[in-house]
Design a protein around this ligand. Sequence first.
Ligand SMILES: N[C@@H](CCC(=O)N[C@@H](CS)C(=O)NCC(=O)O)C(=O)O
Length: 346
Amino acid sequence: MIQISKTVRRAAAVLGGIGLGLALTSTASSQTTLERIKQRGQLICGASHGVAGFSLPDAKGEWRGFDTDICRALSAAIFNDQEKSKYISLASKDRLTALQSGEIDVLSRTTTWTLGRDTGFGLNFTAINYFDGQGFLVRKSLNLKDLKALNGASICVAQGTTTELNLADYFRTHGMKYEVIAFAGLDETIQAYEAGRCDAYTTDLSQLAANRLKLKVPEDHVLMSEVISKEPLGPWVRQGDDAWFDIVRWTVYALLNAEEYGVTQANVDEMVKSTNPEIRRLLGSEGKFGESLGLTNDWVVRMVKAVGNYGESFDRHLGAKSQLNLPRGPNRLWTQGGLHYAPPVR
Ligand SMILES: N[C@@H](CCC(=O)N[C@@H](CS)C(=O)NCC(=O)O)C(=O)O
């Protein structure tokens, strides 16, 4: 509903705040985000600068990845066609403003949920799709035993990230010196590390694993074993449209519930006929849960047909069936000792 024009936002900033900006613009357009997406015939999804496994254009230029699958699932739920998304590649430092300004409908790009971001930017975090933590990549030849050995080191990092802030916290609390070399773009950061301008490169562990593959000889670089932060990642929306927030949040939970109940891309058509009430509600064989979101009752069937359940999407892009081969670790379901616990559909 709230289309925040850049002019109004600038005026709001001058007048002293986002709250006023939202108040000013809520009257400017009564269209909901879902209505706007349907009218446009396209979902506009904020993506990364290209991180293997999460969001990266393939050989045909089509965006693929675990974060991209959220937008593919949304597009399938709304249009019954996973290809109706347009992806905007955003640097870390620009991603939150792109969502604030209305340039994108949803930000699905390795973005950590923090209190400051959830309250200070007119944005809402929806649901965790990946539990991550911050790590460090270093040259194997340095033979570093632990992070203490990085005292006095130069460290490459991307601007506008929680990474930058955690780095400062860590070195300060451990009384260690360091030189930070911060870059606006992902490729610049990796190139600087590759060129030897920094002793270490730091970001979320999953991205370190993905970006290590961009280096000339990945085997010459190792991930340090220590993890210095909590990075709960997931999609974000603008504040002010609760119905759209619900759609994005329940998309993540529906894909997790599909995994929990054994609903897969291959068996979803059969599962529609299941007698299990949980599965019947999830897939719209019973109840009107899709309609309550402003979608069709078979919305989850559409999504699972498009991208598979949470575990299938994970395996394809990040796990065993991918180049990254990341372990599920904390991203296992709660039923298997992991942290993912999707609320029930009822
Ligand atoms: N999860 C952290 C960091 C995410 C992040 O954006 N990392 C940098 C590290 S290089 C980045 O540019 N990632 C690649 C990209 O998204 O294009 C955050 O939300 O601030």
